[in-house]
Design a protein around this ligand. Structure first.
Ligand SMILES: NC(=O)c1ccc[n+]([C@@H]2O[C@H](COP(=O)([O-])OP(=O)(O)OC[C@H]3O[C@@H](n4cnc5c(N)ncnc54)[C@H](OP(=O)(O)O)[C@@H]3O)[C@@H](O)[C@H]2O)c1
Length: 316
């Protein structure tokens, strides 16, 4: 048993050096989709600090430029590489025109790309019936009003389309746009998808969020089999600090503990993402013991459901 951790460490060092021998830290061309804030921003900072070329993408032009400038400063200070190595491009990763324009830019400026980080996503916070204007009582036996109206159902469908566009269509458009470019232009093409623990362990009030994140996770898992030349990493973090909940497609109360007190630190998540890409890890749970929670759901679902109800302070 004692040799297992030694074996894992040696394997990790060997895997890390394998990618770096193919794509050195300073030659790496990294595209971060969803880098104008949060985890994507921290990932962009860290890649810039180690001398990589970084392309920062998000819809808010001012935020994109702000993060690109932060990367230029960090890159220049820590690795001495010039500010020209950072690109800031505003765009929507679910928009075909924006992604094709971005691809042309990467072909022109960098002759391709080595690493694509798909960090963009939106949250959704309400139970599904609440989207349609229907509340369930504490034990889930009665509804007020007793049934959803036509307008209520339509509202739920419209909100679902918003979540699906960002959490599923965005990763899909990015995959179709960048997989051939990555494969043709990189000695070690890699894609990291930031999914969520919620995509693997169901939780109340996360019906829409979790199901749309699960859809893109399975999409990328299947793509990983269809494109064996690319190293795919699926990253499933627990709650992370920051303002993610402010982007919710269904404004409403946040029922869990304050993520800024109990969540993972963005920098730690970003570091772990980069380590996973460097070492060709396939699926990363953070914290790692959540892998057991995922397995436990299939063995003892009622325990995991009870824990999920508690975490989200959910009565019905
Ligand atoms: N925070 C958590 O507790 C948590 C937990 C598990 C997993 N995650 C996952 O981690 C990822 C990052 O979350 P975060 O906490 O860093 O949230 P965040 O601070 O809200 O960052 C989300 C990023 O995605 C970008 N984005 C959203 N829609 C986009 C679109 N259509 N096109 C391009 N960019 C878009 C946003 O930029 P613009 O608004 O400028 O477009 C922003 O840069 C998400 O995929 C999320 O599902 C988060």
């Amino acid at each position: 048993m004692a040799i297992i951790p030694i074996f894992i460490t040696i394997r990790r060092i060997w895997l890390r050096s394998r990618r770096i021998l193919k794509v050195s830290k300073i030659d790496e061309r990294v595209l971060v989709l969803g880098a104008s804030s949060g985890i994507g921003r921290s990932i962009a900072h860290l890649y810039a600090e180690r001398g990589a070329r970084v392309c920062v993408v998000g819809r808010r032009e001012d935020k994109v430029e702000e993060v690109a400038e932060e990367c230029r400063i960090r890159g220049t200070l820590s690795s001495g590489y010039g500010p020209t190595r950072v690109l800031g491009i505003s765009g929507d990763f679910a928009d075909v025109d924006d992604m094709v324009r971005l691809r042309t830019m990467l072909e022109t400026e960098w002759d391709g790309v080595d690493t694509v980080i798909v960090a963009a996503g939106v949250s959704a916070l309400q139970p599904l019936m609440a989207l349609a204007g229907v509340e369930a009582n504490a034990n889930g036996t009665k509804f007020t009003p007793p049934k959803a109206t036509k307008e209520g159902i339509q509202k739920a469908v419209d909100i679902t389309a918003l979540a699906t566009r960002v959490n599923y269509v965005g990763p899909l458009v990015s995959a179709i746009t960048f997989i051939p470019l990555l494969t043709a232009t990189s000695a070690s093409p890699s894609i990291l998808l930031i999914s969520s623990l919620a995509a693997l362990i169901p939780a109340p009030t996360r019906t829409l969020y979790a199901s749309t994140k699960a859809a893109s996770l399975v999409l990328y898992q299947a793509l990983s089999i269809e494109h064996p030349a690319i190293n795919f990493t699926f990253f499933a973090p627990y709650t992370v600090e920051g303002d993610f909940r402010a982007s919710a497609v269904d404004a409403g109360p946040v029922r869990e503990a304050d993520p800024n007190k109990s969540g993972l630190k963005r920098e730690d998540v970003a570091l772990r993402c980069i380590e996973a890409v460097d070492t060709y890890e396939k699926t990363v749970f953070m914290p790692s013991w959540n892998r057991i929670g995922h397995l436990l759901y299939w063995i003892w679902p009622s325990l995991v459901e009870w824990r999920a109800r508690k975490k989200y302070n959910f009565g019905a």
